[in-house]
Design a protein around this ligand. Structure first.
Ligand SMILES: Cc1cc2nc3c(=O)[nH]c(=O)nc-3n(C[C@H](O)[C@H](O)[C@H](O)COP(=O)(O)O)c2cc1C
Length: 169
């Protein structure tokens, strides 16, 4: 897929088909995250990849908005320190990771969805995290159950001229 098509095709997919993601494609998505930029190149992340159906179902219960994790082919948990240094831009860094992974996935026709974490203790336990680490976000992945990814002509966004200011506000 062209880069622009991957960018314009990405949308939150919350219903996935049974088709698995090949290990090569999953590794490419993870590699896209590993290559993401971070403040002072601190790379404050680890990635835990979950593909086991029973584990995915359990993980989908950690937040009301994480239900789509249950039917995903794979979900990547973004893990950070549970006591991040004040002033560090860790959430910004994770945003860069997330978008890189999602665009890499879209490029392969693979859908992705964000999920936050409500029950922190349950998420950490289910992922077997060591002390001092916490799951910050989940990215579910899989082929869309219905509509395949295709460029979205009219995205649900504020108008271009409303948000773009040139030179001054
Ligand atoms: C920081 C962040 C947190 C989000 N958390 C969730 C979530 O917990 N569950 C969910 O289904 N979607 C979540 N989303 C997805 C947004 O609702 C979605 O990106 C937005 O509505 C725009 O839709 P689109 O991604 O399809 O363009 C999150 C997105 C972001 C950026």
């Amino acid at each position: 897929m062209e880069t622009w098509d991957a960018i314009t095709s990405r949308r939150n997919v919350r219903s996935f088909s049974d088709e698995p993601i090949s290990p090569e494609h999953l590794d490419r998505i993870l590699e896209a995250g590993r290559r993401a930029p971070s403040s002072q190149n601190t790379q404050p992340w680890d990635f835990v990849v979950v593909t086991d159906r029973a584990q995915l179902r359990r993980l989908s219960t950690v937040w009301v908005g994480a239900k789509h994790v249950a039917s995903s082919a794979a979900t990547i948990a973004l893990v950070i320190s549970d006591d991040p240094e004040p002033g560090r831009r860790v959430q910004f860094d994770l945003g860069q990771v997330t978008m890189s992974m999602m665009i890499a996935a879209a490029d392969l026709g693979i859908g992705s969805g964000h999920a936050g974490v409500g029950d922190q203790a349950a998420a950490n336990l289910q992922l077997g995290l060591p002390p001092g680490r916490a799951c910050s976000f989940l990215i579910s992945l899989g082929y869309p159950a219905g509509r395949p990814l295709a460029p979205i002509r009219k995205p649900d966004r504020k108008p271009f001229d409303e948000v773009v200011h040139r030179g001054t506000w």
